[in-house]
Ligand binder design. Structure first.
Ligand code: FNR
Length: 189
């Protein structure tokens, strides 16, 4: 079997993002067992049906990246008890086929969901809403385990770097589970 390919989508665009740091920790855990690429989608425009066809180059790039991956791992912040608008905009673009001949790239795509927040909720509500959205798009969501980490600042060093002092074992468990999930799906292809 060729090496599994995971595309990571971080729902925050800020450089010091806790969710970006969580994704980078997951990349280290996955290491040699799968390729793990962060999806750069900062240049994807706000969806406007007037520019849908032909799709902008940035949209074609993110669609192709998702299409070529065995699975997607989403790391989402929670904004006002939901997932951020930038993530919804990206998923809206991904939910539209490039042409009548092609199918949308999220159908039956395996997806893992994680999130971290400085607050006590740990992104649980945002994750539930994201799972609802992805389920409507017929993505293949790994609902157990998900990972929701609260109180992010309690797991950082003095420079704000995420150390995951208590949550690392849970991230490792989720990574193992997602790799098994992907292997079970790839075996069917
Ligand atoms: C937030 N934040 C937040 N946190 C939370 O736990 N529940 C929430 O509903 C919200 N709502 C919210 C709305 C908006 C508009 C912003 C900008 C922020 C705080 C948020 O969790 C915090 O800024 C995180 O650090 C964002 O994630 P990244 O960028 O660190 O990955």
């Amino acid at each position: 079997m060729s090496q599994l390919k995971i595309i990571a989508i971080v729902g925050s665009l800020r450089k010091e993002s806790y969710n970006l740091q969580l994704a980078l920790a997951a990349k280290d855990i996955v290491d040699t067992r799968a390729s793990f690429e962060l999806l750069d989608y900062a240049d994807v425009p706000l969806l406007n049906q007037e520019i849908e066809f032909p799709a902008p180059a940035s949209v074609r790039r993110v669609r192709d990246a998702v299409k070529s991956a065995n699975g997607i791992w989403i790391f989402t912040p929670e904004y006002n008890h939901s997932y951020p608008g930038v993530l919804k905009n990206l998923i809206d673009w991904l939910s539209r086929p490039a042409s009548k001949e092609e199918r949308q790239v999220l159908i039956r795509k395996p997806v893992a969901i994680s999130g971290i927040s400085p607050g006590m909720g740990g992104t649980v509500t945002a994750q539930d809403l994201l799972a609802m959205l992805l389920s409507m798009l017929n993505a293949d969501i790994m609902n157990v385990p998900r990972l929701a980490i609260p109180n992010a600042a309690q797991q950082t060093d003095e420079n704000g770097k995420l150390k995951l002092t208590t949550s690392m074992p849970y991230l490792e468990k989720q990574a193992d589970a997602f790799l098994s999930f992907l292997e079970s799906r790839s075996a069917k292809i």
